[in-house]
Design a binder for this molecule. Structure first.
Ligand SMILES: Nc1ncnc2c1ncn2[C@@H]1O[C@H](COP(=O)(O)OP(=O)(O)OP(=O)(O)O)[C@@H](O)[C@H]1O
Ligand SMILES: [Mg+2]
Length: 354
């Protein structure tokens, strides 16, 4: 064997279809969630007979397949023209106006300019009530305004609304008027067991990587870690990282050591897909990452140099990031002796508690 036989050439890659490892990649099938999908479908079924459907609160920890499952069901509905399918990421579309614009876009209604939120919802009502509609309100607890839910509940006659959240208590904390209007059944998504975690990750490897580049032990370690964290997204992150580390070392195989080193990088992993954030939140996150350990006012001072933003709004955005374990904030005493918060990018502490 030559000296360089086990080394990857410049033009070679261990990855075949790296997009298979993207957090928002939609696989053709969503195994191990058949019963959940069956239940979800049963809530929609009345719409196909032109009757009103059932509303559902779907909850579970990050990375347990809630979004991928609901998107799969919407895809399956594609052939049913009598149903409008609307997916809203409430984190991105957190105000009633943004929600209205997103619905308009999805139903191909283009005359949105200069229209008030009220006017937009009137148009939406006219269009949607000609057929039936399924709404998926993903990350529902991130809504900063809830009027959009009122509009949908009151104005759309034949519909099914799915609310997805990590925080089951979101419903309890909702406005009581709204709560009484929402007759919600509940569907919890449990974390996958070890075998299921392996099954899902193995499929991604099959399509995402060149055949036979994964050493069994290296794969087992990552699958186990993803299982412990209860988060498939963390598993996908680790698969990609291990692949990158192996490639950087020009290795033709991904071995245990690469997986171990990938796990050391878990600090960089976020429980959420940061593409879901607005651009400004992403900028704030980057800033926190490069200034971990600084206080909230110090980070605000840097941020406001290039951005017009009040401290109140900045603080609200920080609170959301903390709530979702993207960053941590710990009480501290500032140089001037007052109370402050120290921000840190790492979220892994929280993850390990699962
Ligand atoms: N059963 C499954 N089959 C294939 N891929 C899956 C399955 N479950 C989860 N995944 C993958 O794991 C990742 C996380 O899943 P998903 O985005 O649906 O999580 P989630 O429950 O919506 O999490 P969050 O609450 O953080 O939004 C996605 O990349 C998804 O494709
Ligand atoms: Mg999700």
């Amino acid at each position: 064997m030559g000296l360089f036989d086990d080394m990857l050439k410049d033009s070679e890659s261990l990855f075949l279809n790296p997009e298979q490892l993207d957090f928002d990649f939609q696989p053709k099938l969503v195994p191990y969630r058949e019963s959940e999908q069956g239940y979800i479908a049963s809530c929609i079924r009345p719409l196909l007979q032109n009757r009103n459907g059932k509303n559902l609160l779907i909850f579970g920890n990050p990375g347990v397949g809630k979004t991928v499952c609901l998107k799969h069901v919407l895809n399956e509905l594609e052939e049913y023209d009598e149903v409008y399918k609307i997916y809203i990421n409430c984190w991105k579309k957190d105000t009633t106006h943004k929600m209205a614009l997103s619905i308009c876009e999805q139903i191909d209604y283009k005359w949105v300019h200069n229209k008030t939120t009220d006017e937009l919802f009137k148009e939406i009502k006219n269009i949607l009530n000609k057929k039936t509609a399924v709404f998926v309100m993903d990350e529902a607890d991130k809504l900063t305004e809830i009027d959009g839910i009122y509009y949908i509940l009151e104005d759309i006659y034949k519909k099914t609304v799915f609310f997805i959240t990590n925080d089951k208590d979101w419903l309890i904390n909702l406005d009581s008027r709204l709560r009484s209007r929402l007759t919600l059944e509940e569907l919890g998504f449990k974390s996958y067991n070890l075998e299921q975690t392996k099954g899902i990750l193995r499929k991604r490897i099959e399509y995402g990587f060149v055949k036979d580049v994964w050493e069994q032990k290296a794969f087992e370690l990552i699958a186990k870690k993803a299982y412990e964290l209860g988060d498939i997204r963390a598993g996908l992150f680790l698969l990609r990282e291990a692949g990158n580390i192996a490639e950087d070392g020009s290795s033709k195989k991904i071995i245990l050591e690469h997986s171990e080193n990938a796990i050391k990088k878990l600090d960089d992993y976020k429980t959420k897909n940061t593409n879901d954030f607005e651009d400004d939140v992403n900028d704030i996150l980057k800033l926190i990452k490069s200034n971990s350990g600084k206080t909230i006012t110090e980070i605000y001072d840097i941020y406001k140099k290039d951005n017009e933003i009040s401290y109140k709004t900045f603080k609200r955005k920080i609170s959301k990031l903390v709530e979702d374990n993207i960053i941590t904030a710990e009480n501290a005493i500032s140089d001037k002796g007052g109370k402050t918060l120290v921000l840190n990018y790492s979220s892994i502490k929280k993850l390990d508690e699962f």
